[in-house]
Design a protein around this ligand. Structure first.
Ligand code: C2E
Ligand code: CA
Ligand code: CA
Ligand code: CA
Length: 278
């Protein structure tokens, strides 16, 4: 048994080594990435399906590592959370996104919104309201044009705490979205109490919804739930015309996905806005 255990350990050790090394590298270098300007934002348009117009953007964080190349936020956000860098990075994201919104909003008659992802760790920590207050004051954007996206699971993990923070954020006039909705076991009574504005239907229910009636039914329930609660709905991950048609029919207020736009660099997003105006 001991022999066996040792053999297993060796295998574990071998396969883990690369992963652990990469992880250590990310941990060490994430500390420097902000100052080295390796982090940047892309912006994915959020569309009103009736007219196909851009109603706003979601800011999505990117890390271009000089040696490892592009690293997904799915990989480095958890690292940032664990090593205590998410506060600093999250503040930078919020500020950069709001500055970009201010630039786009200049000389534009129609309002534009900016959605910013907030991590569970930021929600649990005590700084979020202060940071949002500061960034709103510094950038001078309309408070209602900022939308904070929190995952359903982060919110439901401690709904009482979320409620308290949300009340303060709502008092500032910012808007709140529950992200990845449908994956996080919301309690309906919590949902009813939370001062949120939007439900974002998770991509897993949108992807291939035209050939999966179970997904379609879940999406429909989310839309109906949103209607009942007086909330907007955004469907994310819309990749095909068929998915778009179904969501439009269901009455999704907004859609977001590769069918319209992939996440864009700031310059490309600026062009997309200009295109629309001409
Ligand atoms: P999310 O908030 O659910 O963001 C949507 C993800 O779906 C993005 O992945 C986006 O690029 C991708 N996406 C959009 N449309 C489509 C589509 O039509 N098809 C497919 N297959 N994918 C689509 P991304 O940019 O890799 O971000 C992954 C996750 O990382 C985000 O999921 C969010 O949870 C997190 N994240 C990204 N930026 C930030 C940030 O600034 N702060 C925090 N805390 N988390 C972030
Ligand atoms: Ca999001
Ligand atoms: Ca999402
Ligand atoms: Ca997601």
């Amino acid at each position: 048994a001991k022999q066996n255990g040792r053999a297993r350990w060796m295998m574990f050790d071998q396969t883990m080594q690369e992963g652990a090394l990469r992880r250590l590298t990310l941990e060490a270098e994430l500390r420097l990435a902000l100052d080295a300007n390796q982090l940047f934002l892309q912006y994915q348009p959020i569309i009103t399906p009736g007219d196909g117009m851009i109603s706003g953007f979601e800011a999505l964080l990117r890390w271009r590592h000089p040696v490892l190349g592009m690293i997904s936020p799915l990989e480095f956000i958890p690292v940032a959370e664990e090593v205590g860098l998410i506060g600093q990075i999250g503040s930078w994201v919020l500020e950069a996104a709001c500055l970009q919104l201010r630039e786009w909003q200049r000389g534009r008659a129609l309002p534009l919104s900016m959605s910013v992802n907030v991590s569970a760790v930021q929600l649990a920590g005590g700084e979020l309201v202060k940071v949002v207050t500061r960034v709103l004051a510094e950038t001078g954007i309309a408070h209602g044009s900022l939308k904070l996206e929190l995952t359903e699971s982060a919110v439901m993990a401690d709904a009482d705490h979320a409620l308290a923070v949300f009340k303060e954020l709502k008092a500032l006039g910012v808007r709140l979205s529950l992200d990845d909705f449908g994956t996080g076991y919301s309690s309906l009574s919590h949902l009813r109490r939370l001062p949120i504005d939007t439900l974002k239907i998770d991509r897993s229910f949108v992807s291939a919804m035209d050939s999966h009636s179970d997904k379609r039914q879940i999406a429909e329930v989310v839309v109906m739930l949103a209607r009942t609660l007086g909330l907007d709905v955004v469907a994310e991950g819309v990749e095909t015309r068929a998915e778009l048609d179904i969501l439009r029919e269901m009455g999704s207020d907004f859609v977001q996905g590769y069918f319209y736009f992939r996440p864009l660099d700031a310059a490309a997003a600026t062009l997309a806005l200009a295109d629309e105006a001409s």
